[in-house]
Design a protein around this ligand. Structure first.
Ligand SMILES: C[S@@+](CC[C@H](N)C(=O)[O-])C[C@H]1O[C@@H](n2cnc3c(N)ncnc32)[C@H](O)[C@@H]1O
Length: 230
């Protein structure tokens, strides 16, 4: 396919959404209610959310950690990937976002906090508390970590994700990792200097192996990091 066909990206997305996405009522409700409650429209796209749900299912994860709940849209998808056999722990710094997320999850029939718990606080303050609970045997380690908040701390969240992981085979997923490789300049965007972005930092981390998948969708060009603990 010639690269010019990228012009059809919106049509492809609409086609795929129409044919592949079922059981969307609760997810659509989460989006509409989030908009009504004044939350920004920055949740994962429907197909992207489905992708994370499938990954969780494929990985056989039982405990999922999310950074950044917003209105709970991705948390619903992650919980669906668990097929009722695990729990999502999501960290959200904004109280109103947390409250809207809980309402949206409950509308979707997700049990809060048994199937999804939303912990209120800044990621870097809550993560050490989770580590202490794991140390004390009060909490299980995480098999799948979904990082979707606070871009400047992507590396710190990644590092915590590996430390709180269940060891070899645990997955760490960073959303918006490609957009975060760029510095916004006066004249367009520029790639950050080699070694400054999370991809370079992960590449120097011997605890994991990882890849980048660039994505093109109706909304934007971006991409993810997917890493697995060795
Ligand atoms: C991109 S949105 C998350 C979208 C959500 N994962 C989804 O797809 O439905 C980012 C969220 O991270 C939250 N956030 C920002 N900084 C944070 C921090 N330091 N700790 C925890 N959450 C944070 C924001 O309030 C926002 O709700």
């Amino acid at each position: 396919m010639p690269i010019e066909n990228i012009q059809f990206k919106g049509d492809v997305e609409a086609h795929a959404e129409t044919h592949l996405l079922h059981d969307q009522e609760a997810l659509n409700h989460a989006l509409h209610n989030s908009t009504k409650e004044g939350l920004p429209p920055i949740s994962v796209s429907p197909l992207h959310g489905k992708f994370t749900s499938i990954l969780v299912n494929l990985s056989g994860a039982r405990n999922v950690l999310e950074l950044g709940a917003l209105g709970g849209y991705s948390a619903i998808q992650l919980a669906r990937g668990l097929k009722g056999k695990g729990k999502v722990t999501s960290i959200e710094v904004d109280r109103h976002h947390r409250d809207v997320a809980i309402a949206n999850l409950q509308h979707a029939g997700v049990k809060v906090p048994d199937e999804v718990e939303i912990l209120l606080g800044a990621g870097l303050e809550v993560l050490p508390k989770l580590a202490a609970e794991i140390e004390e045997g009060k909490r299980e380690r995480f098999d799948f970590v979904f990082i979707d908040a606070d871009w400047p701390n992507q590396w710190n969240y990644f590092d915590w994700g590996v430390k709180l992981s269940n060891g070899p085979g645990s997955a760490i997923y960073i959303d918006n990792a490609v957009k975060n490789m760029f510095v916004e300049g006066v004249v367009g965007d520029h790639l950050k200097e080699d070694g400054l972005d999370v991809v370079a930092q992960i590449g120097a981390d011997t605890r994991v192996e990882a890849t980048v998948i660039q994505t093109v969708a109706a909304k934007s060009y971006d991409g993810i990091v997917l890493a697995v603990v060795k």
